[in-house]
Each structure stands twice: as structure tokens, then as C-alpha cells.
Ligand binder design. Structure first.
Ligand code: KG4
Ligand code: ZN
Length: 340
């Protein structure tokens, strides 16, 4: 008998993006993301507003995902959803919706860890993109997380390093805010950095034991530096924007690369996959490419739409869990601090 196709409807609502996707086995059929613009004027995500926007967006986003996938609701094999980590109010919207829909359609429900999903996004079938071979190291870098994970199989993962304070995306966003740039500032720092001199200004790297990271000191260093310079020259930021951005980005990339080098040395694994919003950064992409030639690493950078928060990555975990028959009970709850 020919094996049956598995259709997963995936829902992601952990932070400020309401997302839904449909996968047919490990192939993506649709991937819809409604990004919430409401947070921009506040310079960061406002949890209360995020939950409300999820409530408004979730039905249209899921409808669109099913319509674009060109399937019928009755074709769906299971519903996968983000159980955590993330903001409680945001997670509750996706969790409750997923539970109701699974109950209504009488199909299995699958809980997904958002961090595991950022890593398994590399397994969505795509032409011209290699899938990492096990074991590999995953560097997950975003506005909410910074982790190095040793990945032994689709489900066996061990966090071997993580931030002890701010996430790397926060270092980008908070530095940008200090410079008067709008939220999220990461992409803008990246844009200006490409036109500037990375060695124009020097910011010291934090001293953190082992494979852990710290980014709060960098933000403070940028703040004091800018305050001091602006006191002497009120136009300092405008006159040096590209160089400041290039120098901040250079420092951040160096911190990440130093820890990756140590992780490779400690584990003997030289296959590196990146994920999370910050993996869109041109500096980290370039540094990883160079590391292939310099250190003989094999590096994996996902397709752009799978780097920032999306439901396709939740769907691929859903697919593997479906194969393993790892289903959740309808009493499952959202878990803001859900660990890998
Ligand atoms: O994964 P993501 O969409 O959401 C979570 O935080 O989970 O990541 C968003 C983060 C923001 O901090 C944003 O500034 C950063 O990713 N980001 C970038 C770039 N594109 C997005 N940071 C640096 N360079 C970029 N090109
Ligand atoms: Zn994320």
C-alpha cells in the first residue's frame, strides 16, 4: 500500500508574529505571517498588545494558510502549535485555538517547542538547501534567545551554552534605540554597518565562562560611549552612523564566533546550523562562510523566511512528532519557559 501523505496545520504565536503554515510531509505548502506593527512606536514588544493582535489575526491567518495550501480542512492530519517558550498571553491564543480546532476536527494535537523548531527549520525540504547531518551544533540567535545546542537527532538536543542576560537580538535592538533608530533596529544596524568601518570604534567583549554569552554590558558600553560623544559633538550620531553600526556589529559577531570556535573545540563537531531572526544578519553569514574556508567547518544558513518566527518550522517538528506518534492531550497548557 502506498504510504499516506501527512498534512500538518501549524500555528505559531509565541511573541509578536501570528503565523500559520501547512506542510505536506516535509514539504511546505503555505506559510503565512502577520507581523504586528503596533509595537513599533513603543520600541519593543508590548505583551498586552501582542495578545490582542493575535486574537484579531489568528482566524484570517489560518484561513489564508489553508486556502493557499489548496487543501480542505478535512485533509489535515494533525494540528501542531507552539507550547513555549514565549509570552504567556501570546502563547495562550495559539494554544487555545489549536486545542479547539483539534477537538472540532477530531484529529491529533501536537505541542512544539519553539527553540527546537528554530533548529529543525533546516529540515523543511528545499531545493538548493542542504540538511545538516547529525550530530551538529545549532546557534539560535533572535530577539528572545541566544543558545548553542548540540543536536544528536531530531529530538535529542542539549543546550551547551546560552545567554546569562540579554539575547543577541536585544543587543542589536537596544543599541539601535540608543542611536534613535526605530524598533526592531537589528536590520537597520546591519544595513548601515555594511557602509561603515568595523574597526572605527572599539567596544570590549564580555568575559563569560565557557559557552555562555552576555550582552547587557555591550548595551551599557554603547550607551556611555554615545552619551560621551554627543556631549562633545551633538551631531556625532548622524556624522558617524555607519561606523558606529559597523563597530557594534563587528563586536557582536566576534562574540558569537569566539563561542562557536570554543564549542567546536569542545565537542569536536564542526557542522554549524544557525536559526532565529539574527541569522538574517549579513555579518554573521559572512563570518560563517569564511569559517568554512578558514577552519574547515560546514555551515548551514536557512532560507530567509525560516529565520524569523514562522509556523513552517513548527510544522516540520509536527511532522516528525506525527511520525513518532508523539501526540498531546487536550489538557496541555502553554509554557512560557518551556526548555528544550
Ligand atoms: O526570531 P525573531 O523574528 O523573533 C524572536 O525574537 O523570537 O528575531 C527578531 C530579532 C530582532 O531582535 C531583530 O532586530 C533581529 O532579529 N534581526 C536582525 C536582523 N534581522 C532581524 N538583527 C541583526 N541583523 C539583521 N539583519
Ligand atoms: Zn523565535
Amino acid at each position: 500500500m502506498a504510504s499516506q501523505n501527512i498534512y500538518i496545520l501549524a500555528i505559531e504565536s509565541s511573541c509578536d508574529d501570528t503565523a500559520a503554515a501547512v506542510l505536506k510531509n516535509d514539504t511546505l505548502l503555505s506559510n503565512i505571517v502577520a507581523t504586528q506593527e503596533v509595537h513599533q512606536k513603543f520600541g519593543g514588544v508590548v505583551p498586552e498588545l501582542a495578545s490582542r493582535a493575535h486574537q484579531q489575526n489568528i482566524v484570517p491567518v489560518i484561513h489564508q494558510a489553508i486556502a493557499e495550501a489548496n487543501i480542505d480542512k478535512k485533509d489535515i492530519s494533525a494540528i501542531a502549535f507552539t507550547k513555549g517558550p514565549g509570552l504567556m498571553g501570546s502563547l495562550l491564543v495559539g494554544t487555545s485555538f489549536a486545542k479547539s480546532l483539534a477537538l472540532g476536527l477530531n484529529i491529533p494535537l501536537i505541542e512544539v517547542n519553539h527553540m527546537q523548531a528554530h533548529i529543525l527549520a533546516h529540515f523543511i525540504k528545499e531545493e538548493n538547501f542542504d540538511t545538516p547531518e547529525f550530530p551538529f551544533l545549532a546557534l539560535t540567535i533572535s530577539g528572545g534567545h541566544t543558545q548553542i545546542v548540540k543536536v544528536d537527532s531530531h529530538f535529542e538536543m542539549e543546550v551547551i551554552g546560552q545567554t546569562i542576560d540579554d539575547a543577541v537580538g536585544e543587543a542589536f535592538d537596544k543599541s539601535a534605540k540608543i542611536m534613535g533608530l526605530p524598533y526592531p533596529g537589528g536590520p537597520l544596524i546591519d544595513k548601515y554597518a555594511q557602509l561603515g568601518d568595523p574597526k572605527a570604534f572599539k567596544f570590549t567583549k564580555p568575559k563569560v565562562e565557557g559557552l555562555n554569552f552576555s550582552f547587557s554590558g555591550l548595551k551599557t558600553a554603547v550607551l556611555y560611549f554615545i552619551q560621551k560623544q554627543v556631549k562633545e559633538n551633538p551631531n556625532f550620531i548622524e556624522e558617524n552612523r555607519n561606523d558606529i553600526c559597523a563597530s557594534i556589529q563587528y563586536t557582536i559577531i566576534n562574540i558569537l564566533m569566539d563561542k562557536l570556535k570554543l564549542a567546536v573545540k569542545q565537542t569536536g563537531i564542526n557542522r554549524i546550523a544557525i536559526g532565529g531572526g539574527v541569522s538574517a544578519n549579513s555579518g554573521i553569514r559572512k563570518a560563517l562562510k569564511e569559517a568554512e574556508g578558514k577552519y574547515g567547518w560546514k555551515t548551514y544558513v536557512p532560507k530567509f523566511e525560516y529565520t524569523t518566527d514562522n509556523a513552517a518550522m513548527i510544522g516540520i517538528v509536527g511532522y516528525y512528532k506525527y511520525l513518532a506518534k508523539e501526540f498531546s492531550d487536550l489538557s496541555v497548557t502553554a509554557q512560557p519557559r518551556y526548555k528544550i
